[in-house]
Ligand binder design. Structure first.
Ligand SMILES: *Cc1c(COP(=O)(O)O)cnc(C)c1O
Length: 410
């Protein structure tokens, strides 16, 4: 390969080949090279355009290249890009104050990091500092890939190759109040829950589950840690999904949508839990860096200024209703909240739906074989949701016909 061709962008095939030559294979080959984005649109390296119903996995809250994020990040990196935790940067302080305020103004403190897994690592370490040995998580949960976050992840297949895990974690069926009650004792440091299990295919627990979890943990002095990494920051049409039920956790973890595409994670603790870390307990070189914090502040300002929480509820209702009304034999039902939507299939064909949707110009996600996930940018508009609803019958038909076709030659 010449020096010139090795550094040029190339088309889809060339970029995929370069990826395979230089990147570790932990993701397999990603589905598509993308070279540019704008709002809820992406362009691939062959120049094809896609409507984005995945949002960088619920991370691009304002889509790609939103002017508010571009402006905030550009201004910040041009004036104060990184200071480390030896120094104070004002945007970091402002973001912590802002989050505490948005989450109800209870006394609390924030630890900033760079990802969801790190936010959960910090929460796990807080739990250990209670002095209690036991942590309860749920089956099917996803809390991240680092060792502590992985130990909290209720998917044995993801953990198996990396045993032994940090000890003391048990798993109960998600959504089962009595199983949770039976598992939690005064030896339980924390219960860790997602308000909706996103990676597990947008699994919504029964109404009242979080309220019951709050009561159960309060009775034993156990921390309630809510992983709102996927559900938080407007994704369900509320600042936090738990706020819809009026549930106040001891610890909330955030990442994904908070940075509007820039890497940031946050562990927000309230009351006594906020005082567990002391000097030396934990840290991160880049955590709370002013550039990511400026992006997050722009995201929060824009959600507020453009009244996106109501918009998310309306677009989410429209999508769920519209997909249900297609009445397709491949769709069992549609679940989720706001713009975190799971299309539950009657057959495990989500990978085929993902591919057919992509061929039709829509990026969706085969979260699990039996369910397709939608998590578009919160700014997704009628033009895009109408286009998806118009295209879906054809996409579903194509997958259904291919799956039920007579084998060739018969
Ligand atoms: C994505 C996700 C994580 C992990 O976040 P990373 O930034 O990939 O480390 C943890 N918990 C939930 C609920 C998530 O959706």
């Amino acid at each position: 390969m010449t020096g010139e061709s090795a550094t040029s962008t190339g088309g889809n095939e060339a970029l995929a080949g370069r990826w395979q030559g230089a990147l570790m294979d932990n993701y397999g080959l990603p589905r598509l090279p993308l070279v540019r984005g704008e709002g809820a649109r992406f362009w691939d390296a062959d120049g094809r355009v896609y409507l984005d119903f995945l949002g960088g996995v619920a991370a691009n809250s304002l889509g790609t290249a939103h002017p508010a994020v571009v402006e905030a990040v550009s201004r910040q990196v041009a004036s104060l890009g990184h200071v480390s935790n030896h120094f104070i940067a004002e945007p970091t302080v402002r973001l912590a104050e802002r989050l505490l305020d948005l989450f109800g103004g209870r006394p609390g403190r924030v630890f900033f990091c760079n990802s969801g897994a790190e936010a959960n690592e910090a929460a796990f370490k807080l739990a250990r500092l209670t002095g209690r040995p036991h942590v309860v998580s749920t089956e099917g949960a996803f809390h991240g890939r680092t060792m502590g976050a992985l130990a909290l992840t209720g998917q044995p297949g993801k953990r198996a190759a990396f045993e032994p895990m940090p000890a003391g974690v048990t798993y109960v069926p998600f959504g089962d109040v009595e199983a949770l009650r039976a598992a939690v004792t005064t030896d339980t440091a924390a219960v860790v829950l997602e308000p909706i299990q996103g990676e597990n295919g947008v699994v919504v627990p029964p109404q009242g589950y979080l309220t019951a979890a709050r009561e159960i943990t309060a009775a034993t002095g156990t921390l309630l840690i809510l992983d709102e990494i996927q559900t938080g920051i407007g994704r369900t049409g509320h600042w936090l999904a738990a706020m819809a039920e009026g549930v106040q956790a001891d610890v909330v973890t955030l990442a994904k949508g908070l940075g509007g595409g820039l890497p940031i994670g946050a562990t927000v603790a309230f009351g006594a839990a906020a005082e567990l870390f002391g000097p030396g307990s934990h840290g991160s070189t880049f955590g709370g860096n002013p550039v990511s914090c400026a992006a997050a502040l722009a995201v929060l300002d824009t959600i507020e200024a453009e009244e996106l929480l109501g918009h998310v509820q309306r677009q989410g209702d429209k999508l769920r209703k519209g997909i249900t009304e297609i009445g397709h034999p491949l769709v069992d039902h549609v679940r989720g909240s706001g713009l975190l939507i799971g299309i539950v299939l009657t057959e495990p064909l989500s990978a085929q739906v993902q591919q057919a949707a992509q061929d039709a110009g829509f990026l969706v996600n085969a979260a699990v074989p039996g369910a397709v996930r939608l998590a578009p940018p919160l700014v997704v508009g009628d033009a895009e949701t109408d286009a998806l609803l118009a295209a879906l019958p054809g996409v579903l038909d194509e997958v259904y016909r291919a799956a039920h076709a007579e084998p060739a030659g018969q």
